[in-house]
Every structure is written in structure tokens, then in C-alpha cells.
Write a protein that binds this ligand. Sequence first.
Ligand SMILES: NC(=O)C1=CN([C@@H]2O[C@H](COP(=O)(O)OP(=O)(O)OC[C@H]3O[C@@H](n4cnc5c(N)ncnc54)[C@H](O)[C@@H]3O)[C@@H](O)[C@H]2O)C=CC1
Ligand SMILES: O=C(O)[C@@H]1CCC=N1
Length: 274
Amino acid sequence: MASQVTFIGAGNMAGAIIGGMIDSGYLRDAITATSPSDEMLAPMREKYGIHTATDNAAAVAEADVVVLAVKPQIMQDVCAGMRDAIQARKPLIVSVAAGLPAETLEAWLGGELAVVRCMPNTPSLVGAGAAGLYANAKVSDTQRDLATELLEAAGLVEWVDDEGLLEAVTAVSGSAPAYFFLMFEAMEEAGVSLGLPADTARRLAMQTAFGAARMAMDSDKTPGELKRNVMSPGGTTERAISHLEDAGMRRIVAEAMDACAARAREMADELGKH
Ligand SMILES: NC(=O)C1=CN([C@@H]2O[C@H](COP(=O)(O)OP(=O)(O)OC[C@H]3O[C@@H](n4cnc5c(N)ncnc54)[C@H](O)[C@@H]3O)[C@@H](O)[C@H]2O)C=CC1
Ligand SMILES: O=C(O)[C@@H]1CCC=N1
């Protein structure tokens, strides 16, 4: 029998994971999503055919897994409202909230709980997400497999054995879709400066990124080797890559990712006080 999974919150992240679960054949009848108003829930019922509820405590009463998918800023109140129901059942807690430590969530829900903390990203919405997962010591192997199954429905899953590494995951994948979107903007603008229509430049840039990612994932060559394969001696790519290297592209990327991880640590400190 499928494990009963209740999503607290029915927004982007919950929708992405639920959509993936259904596409990979998870039993609709075993999935519930909650939100304070029925406005967010009607589309979930129509699109996915799952159960919905506006009462969080009632919705977790028979859950084997509770996925916390509300904004970090309201999480403490949301946890307080279902604490007794969670303690009565002790389901696996899976949180996708940015910045909130597993220990804090466990405390807010009354303690002694198996907690998996995830850092997913928005490409989960198209089944191409990348998520880092961390399990506290109370998570069993079966629960770990279940969390993998749920998150893999929305893309790649990588486990880390130190919770602090989720800050690095935030820098490498959680926030990183935005780095690539910035690159698309910059390439479109530069393409327009070179005379291309904006939509042509955008389509070419995006398809090239998609092709490069797919090629790198399918190949046993390193990204460095694939890069050198594009660079004919004395040719155009060599000129472009030299410019990026001389302008400090690697340093800029490293500094941006350091800043991202530092902010993730700050957020954990700000949100995690309990
Ligand atoms: N958007 C992103 O790139 C990423 C988001 N996350 C995390 O995912 C979590 C959810 O984010 P989104 O799905 O983007 O937000 P969202 O705003 O799309 O969804 C939040 C949902 O919570 C519901 N909600 C509000 N109060 C509630 C309550 N008292 N009880 C139950 N549900 C309630 C809202 O109705 C809404 O359905 C956040 O904690 C965020 O940190 C994590 C990684 C990436
Ligand atoms: O920008 C943020 O804080 C969240 C966490 C990762 C992606 N979005």
C-alpha cells in the first residue's frame, strides 16, 4: 500500500513534487494537499485528482509523510497549529523550506521526529529539478528511500551527510537556475547588439544551454574536454573563452556562490532561533 503523504502548502514547490509523483504513477488517493483557502486547492483537485483540506491538523492525522511546503517565515505558526496531531502520529517530516534547520523544525513540532530537509530548485516544476537532501539521525532507511522516491519524481536527488552542506547545495543548485537565466538575458542582449532579433537570440541561447547540458550529462568527457573540443586553435571560441577567463569569470562565479552560501547561513541563523 502506498504511504499516505500530506503536503502542508499547495504552491509552486508542492505542485512540482505532486505533479512528478503522479506522472511516475503514485496513487492519487494517497496524496493530500492543504492551504488555508480553497482558492489554491481547487486547481490541485482538478489538475491532479488528489485530496485537499484547509485544516492542517486534521490532514496530518493519518499521514505517513508530512511535506512542509509553506514559506519559511510562517513555518513556526504552521507547525504550532499541528504539533499535537504530529506528535500523536510521528510521521516522517520532509521540509523543502529554505534556511530552516531540521532541529528547529523538530522542536517546533514537539521533538523526537524523523526529519528530512531538502533544498530543491524551480526546474522541479518541469520534472528537471535538482535537490540536495539531509536526514537527521531518526530517519530510518525505509524513510530515506521514501523521501528519495518523492523528490526523484521531480528530478535529481543527491544526499549530503552534513546539514551545513545544504548551504553549498543552495549555491550550486537551489539558487542556480537564476544564474543561468541571467546568462540567457546577457546573451540575448549581446545577440541583439550583434544584429539578431531578440526572440531569435533568446531561442538560440536557450537551445544551446539545453544542448550543452545534455551533451555534458551524456558524455564521459569532462566539461573541460568538451570545452576544448569547441575551441579550434586560433578560432572564434578561443577568443571568447580567453576573454571570459581574462575578465575573471571563474572568480566572479566563486564569489557569487560564496555570497549565496553565506546568505543561506545567515537565514538559518535568523529563522532557526527557537
Ligand atoms: N521557489 C524556490 O525557488 C524554492 C522554494 N523553496 C521553498 O519552498 C517552500 C514553498 O515555496 P513556494 O512553493 O515557492 O511558495 P508558494 O507561495 O507558491 O506556496 C506556499 C503555499 O503555502 C500555502 N499556505 C500559506 N499559509 C498556509 C497555512 N497556514 N497552512 C497551509 N498552507 C499554507 C499557500 O496557500 C501556498 O499554497 C518555501 O519554504 C521555500 O523556501 C525551496 C527551494 C527553492
Ligand atoms: O532565493 C532564495 O532564498 C530561495 C532559496 C533557493 C531558491 N530560492
